[in-house]
Ligand binder design. Structure first.
Ligand SMILES: [Zn+2]
Length: 272
């Protein structure tokens, strides 16, 4: 599932192809991907618009348009944005295609069809309740300490909550908790100040590493050029069920935590 590093990579690697370019057409091999507005309004609102900027907030992508609206793309479980020549045909899993005035098209590929596209007056409608960006100044150790104290859910569930911190999903949560030596089932209130400090540092470090390695291609995620990312080659626990812990060789355990597959080392991350 694309998380902050995969979405950030998508933004960075699509922007040079489409920023400043005019949208000349839209094709929707699967119309259900457009959440709002109605299709006729969606098409007429997009065609002829120039993309004036591309930004990310949490796991959301925004194409800012010359007329003042924004196109919001959410990759959800299995989406990727692929840069292709205008002549490229839709693949089996292509749900939407945006054509530009420079012989470039962006294909929204999404095998599982959870992806969503919206044409909005502004980003606030989807970002209004999001927590801070973990790599920006608002995500401080003090913020983490204060906010965790009020939470009752297991620590992994809390850091997956987009209204708590934006952009983290199951893979990078597992990696951050391992790096911090914290069991994913721990109650947030039981963390010591030292553990909160380690978690704060670990969250930023695993996300930065994910971006540096252009995201993790564990299942359906591809970079816009169609290549895989490299981040999963650096994972220590995520998607490594049953393999030896890279620190202590104990087989990594796998549990379902609130429905989310979770890998951790029972020795390096003891449940105190
Ligand atoms: Zn271990």
């Amino acid at each position: 599932m694309p998380e902050l590093p995969e979405v950030e990579t998508t933004v960075r690697e699509t922007a040079p192809h489409i920023n400043g370019r005019r949208i000349t057409g839209v094709a929707l091999p699967w119309e259900g991907i457009v959440r709002e507005p109605a299709l006729a309004e969606f098409r007429s609102g997009l065609i002829g618009e120039t993309v004036t900027g591309i930004t990310r907030r949490g796991k959301y992508i925004f194409w800012h348009l010359s007329g003042g609206k924004v196109l919001n793309l959410h990759l959800k479980m299995s989406g990727s944005l692929l840069v292709k020549p205008s002549s490229a045909e839709a693949g089996k899993f292509t749900r939407a295609i945006f054509y530009f005035d420079n012989d470039t098209a962006i294909h929204f590929r999404d095998p599982r069809k959870f992806g969503v596209i919206r044409l909005l007056d502004g980003p606030e409608k989807v970002t209004g309740r999001l927590g801070p960006e973990p790599l920006e100044g608002g995500f401080t150790r003090k913020f983490l300490e204060r906010s965790l104290a009020r939470r009752k859910a297991p620590i992994k569930a809390v850091i997956l909550d987009q209204n708590f911190i934006a952009g983290i999903g199951s893979m990078y949560a597992d990696e951050a908790l391992f790096a911090a030596g914290i069991n994913p089932q721990r109650r947030p209130g039981s963390l010591t100040p030292e553990e909160v400090k380690r978690l704060h540092r670990a969250i930023r470090q695993v996300l930065r590493s994910g971006i540096e390695h252009m995201g993790a291609s564990t299942s359906t995620y591809f970079r816009p050029g169609g290549e895989a990312g490299f981040a999963h080659h650096h994972f220590k626990v995520a998607h490594r069920r049953g393999k030896p812990c890279p620190v202590c060789d104990t087989p990594l355990e796998y549990i379902k935590l609130r429905g989310r597959g979770t890998c951790f080392c029972p020795r390096c991350q003891p449940l105190k």
